[in-house]
Write a protein that binds this ligand. Structure first.
Ligand code: MG
Length: 351
């Protein structure tokens, strides 16, 4: 039964340190300044996480502000997920990471209230025997060599490209590893560059190309797709469900991330829209702790490909949840997300 008392909400900043500087075509990151949201009601606690992205105009401060605004609108009954997220949409609009944090925390709280796990709350099976890729960021060759050797246990690698010399980088990874290889250009190529490089990458065994061109170059992607023997996936071109129809004829699949779309509810909607357009689905992530990665993993049964490695890239993950063994994900038991906090979060309360 719903307990008619207000949901108490608080946020904390969480500065995640990357094991290696994380390079993509747009730049290099060494930390991710995330925000943890905690909802409390009648002794139950729901946890959520936001990984703000500069690319989408977000910062830790903007997320904390957005969460504060949404906090005033939360329904007393956490099971009213649709109502809560519709209000979030109308009050704060676009901030995907802030909405994701609230959405994840509400799902955790609602599922705990019912004594079920989040995937059960969503009517989904527990994912079995699913493999996640592991990302190799852009770097000097000797560092990439080190990263690939450290990633020996992962059967699928996602190599960041989209800069000069990237084909040689993939050739190096190919030389060092027998893993399946996907590449992600993060919108870093021109059409001519993509057209020249894709055949070379396919010759190296690359099995999937993510976001070859800038986000709105739909016609270019459509033309590339006609030439490309392996699937092309859109990431930056698609933030949420409403973005899918315009890319549907241009790509083979989309990368769905909780932080882009605003949480589990919108992610499930995106899967439905993608399937209606005959698109494949990858479930991806930003640099996130085990908290948000575990939330995404509850949707794993809906995806063709998983790229849920954000927590594996950081050295100070304060949460325990999803485990990855030889690239295979294992969801924690227990109600809600099944995530527990294993150490205090350094970073201080943001109010
Ligand atoms: Mg990507």
């Amino acid at each position: 039964m719903p307990r008619r008392c207000a949901v108490k909400i608080s946020t904390e900043s969480l500065s995640l340190s990357l094991r290696h500087p994380f390079g993509i075509s747009r730049g290099v990151a060494t930390v991710s300044n995330n925000v943890i949201v905690r909802l409390e009601q009648g002794g139950d606690i729901g946890l959520g996480e936001a990984a703000p992205s500069r690319h989408y105009g977000e910062t830790g401060a903007s997320v904390a502000r957005a969460v504060e605004i949404m906090a005033r609108e939360l329904p007393e009954d956490p099971l009213q997920l649709e109502t809560a997220m519709s209000k979030a949409e109308s009050t704060i609009g676009r901030s995907g990471a802030a909405k994701a944090a609230i959405d994840i925390a509400l799902h955790d709280l609602a599922a705990k209230r019912l004594g079920v796990s989040v995937h059960e709350l969503l009517g989904l099976p527990r994912p079995e025997d699913r493999i996640t890729s592991f990302t190799i960021g852009l770097d000097e060759h000797h560092v990439v060599r080190q990263k690939v050797l450290e990633a020996r246990q992962y059967p699928v690698l996602k190599v960041k490209v989209g800069v000069p010399g990237d084909v040689r980088l993939v050739a190096l990874v190919r030389e060092l590893s027998e893993a399946r290889i996907r590449v992600d250009a993060n919108a870093g190529w021109s059409f001519a560059e993509a057209r020249r490089k894709i055949p070379q990458l396919v010759d190296l065994g690359v099995e999937l190309i993510e976001q070859p061109l800038p986000a709105t170059h739909f016609e270019g992607m459509r033309a590339l797709r006609a030439l490309c023997p392996v699937p092309i996936f859109a990431d930056e071109s698609v933030e949420r469900a409403r973005d899918i129809p315009r890319v549907a004829a241009c790509v083979d699949g989309i990368n769905i991330k909780l932080m882009k779309c605003g949480g589990l509810r919108e992610a499930v909607r995106m899967v439905a829209v993608a399937r209606a357009h005959n698109l494949q689905v990858m479930l991806g992530c930003m640099v996130e702790s085990s908290l948000a990665i575990t939330a995404a993993a509850h949707l794993a049964s809906l995806a063709d490909h998983l790229d849920l490695d954000g927590h594996l890239l950081v050295s100070n993950d304060p949460f325990a949840g999803i485990e990855v063994v030889d690239g295979r994900i294992r969801l924690p038991e227990g109600p809600g997300l099944g995530v527990r906090q294993r150490e205090a979060i350094a970073g201080g309360d943001e109010g």
